[in-house]
Every structure is written in structure tokens, then in C-alpha cells.
Design a protein around this ligand. Structure first.
Ligand SMILES: [Fe+2]
Length: 150
């Protein structure tokens, strides 16, 4: 049983978003394992990866909901900004030698679960309708390729 198990209650029904959310869940599980193994180097490494990836995901999501004309774009962006700030504070404490990795891990899991189930769910109908219209197909594949190169 993994630390953070993906289930259908986390699905938005928007493929690009669900793929990214699953990737974040995967990183959080890797972070959990690194902490459990007491492997400080890999805790740092995975922590940086999950933070980087999550910030890129936020930036993608903000562009996507803006293009879909989602009316709560400003407040959604603000929620992302506040969370990113909280994560930066944890990282700063880590850099000063304080071990807050477990707190950060549980904060990530709880915050993300709530955010996906509430704020992200709220834009899903508008974004799905926008993507189904097909007018942003080119933008979607270009942006995914640029922000999430394989
Ligand atoms: Fe979001």
C-alpha cells in the first residue's frame, strides 16, 4: 500500500491534468520512501523534483483555465501562489538544517487532495467544454511539449 493512493475521487476528467496530478502523487510517494529509508540525499533530490514539477503544473493549469475563460482564475492563481510560498518556507527551513521533511510530506498530501477535490474540480466542466470545442488543440500539444518535455 503506498503512502498516497490515487483513486477516482481525484480525477478531474481532463487528461492532461490527471496525468500531471498522478505524477505529483508518484513524486510524493517517492519522497515518502526516501524519508522512510532515511536517505537524506535522495530526500533533497526528490523534494526539489516534486516542488519543481508542481510549480510547472500550476503554471500550466493557470494558462489552461485562463484560455478556457474560467471566471475564478484570479482566486485559483492566488491559492497556488500561497501554497508555493508555504513550500518555499519549508525548503528554507530545510536548508538551515531543520528536518521538516515529514511535515512537508503530509502537508503536500493533504493540501493536494483538498485542492484537487475542490478548486480543481470547480473548473473541470468549463475546461472540458473548452477543450472539446477543439479550438485549443494546437495550443495544448505545443504547451505540453514545451512545459513537460519527455
Ligand atoms: Fe490548481
Amino acid at each position: 500500500m503506498s503512502y498516497f493512493t490515487w483513486d477516482s475521487s481525484l480525477e478531474t476528467g481532463i487528461e492532461a491534468i490527471d496525468v500531471q496530478h498522478r505524477q505529483i502523487v508518484d513524486y510524493i510517494n517517492r519522497l515518502h520512501d526516501a524519508i522512510a529509508e532515511n536517505d537524506r540525499a535522495s530526500v533533497r533530490e526528490v523534494l526539489d523534483q516534486v516542488v519543481d514539477y508542481t510549480l510547472t503544473h500550476f503554471a500550466f493549469e493557470e494558462q489552461m483555465i485562463a484560455r478556457a475563460g474560467y471566471r475564478h482564475l484570479a482566486s485559483h492563481t492566488e491559492v497556488h501562489r500561497v501554497f508555493a510560498e508555504r513550500v518555499r518556507q519549508y525548503q528554507a527551513r530545510m536548508e538551515q538544517g531543520e528536518d521538516v521533511s515529514k511535515k512537508l510530506l503530509s502537508d503536500l498530501r493533504i493540501w493536494l487532495t483538498n485542492h484537487i477535490k475542490n478548486e480543481d474540480r470547480d473548473y473541470s466542466a468549463v475546461v472540458k467544454a473548452h477543450l472539446q470545442s477543439g479550438e485549443d488543440q494546437g495550443w495544448l500539444s505545443r504547451t505540453l511539449g514545451r512545459m513537460f518535455p519527455r
